[in-house]
Design a protein around this ligand. Structure first.
Ligand code: BTN
Length: 277
């Protein structure tokens, strides 16, 4: 549970100008969306933080599973506050993955956090964080960056498809990690990464590709209508995933990544599970 002091320190030590704190929400992204509709665009830099989510959302139709000790928050950023051309917005989720990876390493010295396109963060081959970026298409635009980090939670009671692939930082570090301090670190690294993106966008793909967990792996990128298989070569300067396929190099702009193990597709997602129908 965040203390009054910790909540105050979030606005003092980071770029956010307002903290919207809740003991329980369905989804911090839903709440950020609601705030965006009330205060269209402008300079808004609001952090929505919830101790508990009852209907966390993952990418696509997936749900995001979390329990006590998971850090769940969303950033609502107005286009003016971002100060980045809209064409760079798709890259922001990649920058966010880097920021989370860098912050995690501050708390687990000696480890290397990796990123999985488009923006999951892995430690010791286990998913420790997922990011859901959503934006408006209108001119008065905003961006919502929803971030879930497995910090001090256990996976008791989690669906098998979650517990077999995810891990919490406290289990890896074998000690409790301050969620408030980690959150400050994530926001500070994000501010830095957004500055880098604004001044030298081409640096992003080099830094990101160095951390790419799938580099050199045989993978498939699956969309609703197609599946493209090849060896992952990192990302290009536009943030597209590069695949070396039988017919040459291909760029993937969207899709779900799956590892190909002995010619078979394996699932490579965690903390998320298909929506119940
Ligand atoms: C994924 O792995 O598919 C992305 C998961 C994103 C989860 C976070 S938790 C905070 C924010 N609110 C949500 O409903 N989802 C994101």
């Amino acid at each position: 549970m965040f203390t009054e002091l910790e909540l105050a320190s979030l606005a003092e030590k980071t770029f956010v100008d307002r903290v919207d704190y809740h003991l329980q929400l369905d989804s911090t992204n839903n709440r950020a969306l609601e705030l965006a509709r009330q205060h269209p665009a402008g300079n808004i830099q609001t952090l929505v933080l919830a101790e508990k989510q009852t209907a966390g959302r993952g990418r696509g139709q997936n749900q995001w599973w979390s329990s006590e000790g998971t850090l769940t928050f969303s950033l609502l950023l107005g286009c003016n506050a971002l100060g980045l051309p809209v064409k760079l917005w798709p890259m922001i989720s990649l920058s966010t993955g880097l920021a989370v990876a860098e912050a995690i390493e501050q708390f687990l010295p000696g480890t290397t956090a990796q990123v999985k396109w488009p923006n999951d963060v892995y430690l010791n081959d286990r998913k420790v964080s997922g990011i859901l970026a959503e934006s408006s298409n209108s001119r008065q635009g905003y961006l919502i960056l929803g971030i879930g980090i497995n910090v001090n939670n256990s996976f008791d009671g989690a669906p098998f498809e979650v517990s077999e692939k995810a891990a919490s930082l406290c289990a890896i570090a074998q000690c409790t990690i301050s969620e408030a301090e980690l959150l400050v670190a994530v926001l500070q690294r994000l501010e830095h990464q957004l500055q880098v993106l604004g001044t030298d966008p081409h640096q992003l793909h080099k830094t990101w590709s160095k951390r790419c967990i799938l580099a050199g792996e045989q993978i498939a990128v699956v969309t609703e209508h197609s599946s493209l298989e090849g060896i992952c070569q990192g990302i290009d300067s536009d943030g597209a995933l590069l695949l070396d396929t039988a017919t040459g190099s291909q760029r993937c702009l969207s899709g779900v990544v799956q590892r190909v193990i002995f010619g078979k597709l394996g699932s490579a997602e965690s903390n998320k599970f298909p929506e119940k129908t």
